[in-house]
Design a protein around this ligand. Structure first.
Ligand SMILES: O=C(O)CCC(=O)C(=O)O
Ligand SMILES: [Fe+2]
Length: 202
């Protein structure tokens, strides 16, 4: 029996320069993390995402949902969408993440990856509606997946594993200088849910 989970110094910056990324490791017990995974799978209004890329309307295999404190409109992948109101459980989750990270958030983008055949290509989170240099807290449930950063100038890469019930925070100028991605993998056959808590400004 494993008595203690591996603990991470969340104050350590995983990036060598041009931004701040902190990994908190697993902050939920297995029981809590299993509860949230089950809750999210069964209670979120999951939809296949649509993206307008070079004028072509594409539908992703991954499913997404957007929730917020208000019915925010936001533009993502060149399409304007409207957030649903936080459920009590999402609100509770947001409060837990705020306590751990010492930051506040007013919206959440959720992604459901059915298996390693679904991921997210290199990008940075700098949508026009996002608070500039605001913290983004990424919470993971389900399958362990690799996550990576690539510097836009030097091309240096940093990779880590995001485990069930963990938090990763990206803040400061990170989005200006680094791309991130969730690589595809043939090694993962189970699903993963990721929530990114963000701050939308009008
Ligand atoms: O699934 C993940 O860990 C990353 C998701 C992400 O980068 C995003 O939603 O912008
Ligand atoms: Fe992202």
């Amino acid at each position: 029996m494993k008595l203690f989970e591996e603990t991470y110094n969340h104050e350590k910056n995983l990036l060598p320069y041009d931004g701040t990324v902190n990994y908190y490791g697993k902050i939920f017990t297995d029981k809590e993390a299993d509860f949230y995974l089950d809750y999210l799978l069964n209670n979120i209004a999951w939809q296949n995402d649509q993206a307008l890329i070079f004028g072509k309307l594409l539908t992703t295999k991954r499913k997404v949902a957007w929730y917020g404190e208000q019915a925010f409109e936001y533009t993502y992948s060149n399409i304007t969408k409207k957030a649903l109101a936080f459920t009590p459980e999402l609100k509770k989750l947001k409060e837990i993440i705020e306590l751990h990270t010492g930051e506040t958030y007013n919206s959440c983008l959720l992604n459901l990856y059915h298996n390693g055949n679904e991921g997210m290509a290199w990008h940075s989170d700098e949508e026009i509606d996002l608070k500039k240099h605001g913290a983004i807290a990424s919470v993971s449930f389900g399958a362990e997946r690799k996550f990576a950063f690539k510097h836009k100038g030097t091309k240096e890469t940093i990779a880590l594993k995001l485990v069930h019930g963990s938090i990763l925070v990206m803040k400061g100028v990170t989005q200006d200088y680094w791309f991130h991605r969730l690589p595809l993998t043939t090694k993962v056959n189970t699903l993963r849910v990721n929530l990114t808590f963000r701050t939308i400004v009008r």
